[in-house]
Design a protein around this ligand. Structure first.
Ligand code: 2RA
Length: 349
């Protein structure tokens, strides 16, 4: 029969999009249980046209569950994913807790769908939002030209830092949005915005070259994630990857500028055609008419959007491009939902 699904982290930023997807995509599940931390449990959320009550996270909520999707912080996933799998569920985890474990597949259905079935621990991981939109786009080009190296800069939205990130950005914008006394002297903005929330500097009217935790050599955990996760999803152990992660005052939808070096010579028109024909990718690329993806235009949509595709002026084997993807949807909930649907298909065959 149809599998029972648990959505853990139902009240979080990714959870909200997951519930929307579950109500609008093809319905492949029997019972669906919404689960959250005891702090936000008890709420009712609209699910598949009815009201569903959110249960507090406890071992018993996984009894009888076939598939459990997790949209929770790393520490919560590290503790609770094994509880779900011990009770017989297949876990699809969107956190960073298991992504790099050698016995956990890291899956993007458009790139490496075959990996879903090889899951010795009963866990399938979904990449970080920044990596996801990136590999969907460069994965398509890799199949044609053979990827060698990536140099990327991210422009990450506030919602990557969860509900707290979104609240912080709105609160800061309310404080300084119309204030013409702010923006011309160093330190003014910092004094005016109030709470910094999860960000190390004011985010409203600013850009912040940081996302994640500090690691050796001055790298951020997010930058290292892009490198490790892209290598794993693309199956390119030695791929050269350099990332600089930057937070920008956008509510939702991450962007990346990408310099990609290939084995073969590239052609701009052909690369555009490859991207236009790739599942889950939309080419939006016409400088003459000022058409390119922006976060404001792609938020709330499913695909990864790519534009500004150019052949490098100094390297006939390199392409430069710009891409955007809704970090909660394209970068998280949709990928998790697609993986869960692949697992669900095993039950209903
Ligand atoms: C961020 N990529 O945007 C992270 C969330 N996983 O902060």
């Amino acid at each position: 029969g149809k599998p029972t699904l648990a959505v853990v982290g139902a009240t979080g930023a990714v959870g909200a999009v997951m519930i929307d997807l579950l109500s609008t995509r093809r319905d492949v599940y029997g019972e669906i249980r919404l689960v959250s931390s005891p702090r936000s449990a008890g709420r009712t959320l609209p699910l598949r046209g009815a009201d569903a009550r959110v249960a507090p996270l406890a071992p018993e909520v996984f009894d009888g569950v076939d598939i459990a999707v997790f949209g929770v912080p790393d520490a919560v996933a590290a503790r609770w994913v094994p509880v779900a799998t011990e009770r017989g569920a297949v876990a699809v985890d969107n956190s960073g807790a298991f992504r790099m474990a050698p016995d956990v597949p890291l899956v993007v259905p458009e790139v490496n769908p075959e990996r879903v079935r090889r899951r010795p621990r009963g866990i399938v991981a979904s990449p970080s939002c920044t990596t996801l939109s990136l590999v969907m786009v460069v994965g398509a080009l890799h199949r044609r030209y053979g990827l060698r190296e990536l140099v990327v800069s991210s422009y990450q939205a506030a919602s990557g830092a969860g509900v707290e990130g979104v609240d912080t950005l709105y609160e800061q914008m309310e404080k300084v949005g119309g204030d013409r006394a702010v923006g011309n002297r160093a330190g003014d903005l910092r004094r005016a915005v109030g709470e910094l929330g999860p960000f190390p500097a004011p985010l409203a009217m600013n850009v912040v070259p940081w996302s994640g935790e500090v690691r050796d050599g001055g790298w951020s955990s997010e930058e290292l994630r892009i490198r490790e996760e892209s290598r794993k999803v693309l199956g390119l152990r030695d791929l050269r990857v350099t990332a600089t992660c930057v937070r920008v005052p956008v509510v939702t939808a991450h962007s990346l500028s990408v310099h990609a070096v290939f084995e073969d010579r590239v052609d701009q028109r052909e690369a555009q055609a490859v991207l236009a024909g790739s599942p889950g990718v939309v080419l939006c690329d016409n400088p003459e008419t000022q058409e390119f993806p922006t976060p404001a235009d792609v938020v709330g949509t499913d695909p990864a959007w790519v534009g500004r595709v150019r052949r490098s002026l100094d390297d006939p084997r390199a392409l430069d491009l710009f891409l955007c993807g809704d970090n909660l949807r394209n970068g998280a909930a949709l990928n998790t939902a697609q993986i869960a649907e692949m697992v669900a298909a095993e039950f209903t065959r």
